[in-house]
Design a protein around this ligand. Sequence first.
Ligand code: ATP
Ligand code: MG
Length: 441
Amino acid sequence: MISTSALKVLYQLKDAGYQAFLVGGCVRDIVIGMEPKDFDVATNASPEEVRRLFRNCRLIGRRFRLAHVRFGHQIVEVATFRAAGDPIVPDADEPDDTDDEPAPEPPDDDRVHDDTGRLLRDNRYGTVDQDVWRRDFTCNALYYNIEDYSIWDYVGGVADVKSRTLRLIGDPETRYREDPVRMLRAIRFQAKLGFTIHEGTREPIKRLAMLLEQIPPARLLDEFQKLFLAGFGQRAFELLMEHGLLEQLFPATAAWLAEDPDGMAARLIRAGLANTDQRVQEDRPVTPMFLFAVLLFGPISAAAQRRFEAGSQAGQAIAEAAEEVVAEQNRRIGIPKRFSIPMREILALQPRFHRREGRRALAFISHPRFRAAYDFLVLRAEAGGEDPQIARWWTELQELPQEEQETRVGADKSHSGQPAGTGGRRRRRGGRGRRAPKTES
Ligand code: ATP
Ligand code: MG
């Protein structure tokens, strides 16, 4: 189960006289018989020594230097042993390319905590029996030694993997304070691996959940994607709610769900997550954009309703409400514009599905966002948030041959005076509401 790229890195390090271990999730996955998705290597070679050894290597991270050795699309991450407890991953908001920077010398005492105990910096190199203590869970702290094919286990990790237990190394509260993202990691591994969180590791989560406020939105976006786009999003969502973590990641959504736990928005979220999980199983592409739409739909439609009642046109009310909710959401999870812009668009297009006659209905099918907007409509219908007949009508329309499509919408009879192109152009501007549509049912 070890990829050839990972083996090459391990043997090249070993042949150059360094220690080289596979470490972390890949060893854990192999022990339980799961195919690892990526490989991490730990070594006593410094990042600069690693770089000298591999042509296809670059160093990343400023405060925390790591070597990335690239083989085609595969990257093997090589980390030098560190001395003590550390977030291990470079900060998500750190520039990813610092290859030309001079290497910082590991200072004598470079460990910095903030006043809540969060570990801000650690740049001391160490040995394998020091490195192990800074890892998060015992199951993630196994070292596979290429030298004699043994697993080095300082923390009872093999036993925990075998009994499927997630247990933080050391004092759980201290470890969560050092890096609150470990709470999300616990949920992720529970959802992904079906492990049980050990009592001592589980108990502090609710109490310390608010520490996630300190985490940069870019790092939370990373975690969000790992939680929701890897095929176990439904389970992750239920677990986040159960542990009081959803309100940290999606405050508006959590508040909304608290009021109406079995309502339409909750059903929409579950249907959306099930749909995404299914697509991952089938190796079809998935986008966070769609999940943001699903997760934020409740708060956005409430805000849109207020605007609509105050007289705004439906599409515009939704677009503005989405902007407001996304701005608030960005303080927690930074939603990049490449996701938030199309998300707003597919939400604002929803009222268009009510217009089912004329050439404009037909032209809608070739709108660049039609497919995504339609998928969202189907999900809303499934969740009971839209008349299922409307979704069915659009499904059938797409399946008809073109002449029959025209008959269905009656487009062949109407629109005597209007050139075909203008409908299209006006439609694209419609979202911004410059011109109120004449018929909106
Ligand atoms: P996955 O299967 O999702 O890749 P993983 O365990 O490999 O899971 P990574 O995020 O790839 O997780 O991290 C690799 C290893 O680095 C972990 O197994 C763990 O030993 C260590 N690690 C990662 N993040 C942290 C953290 N926040 N705190 C402590 N150790 C961490
Ligand atoms: Mg990994």
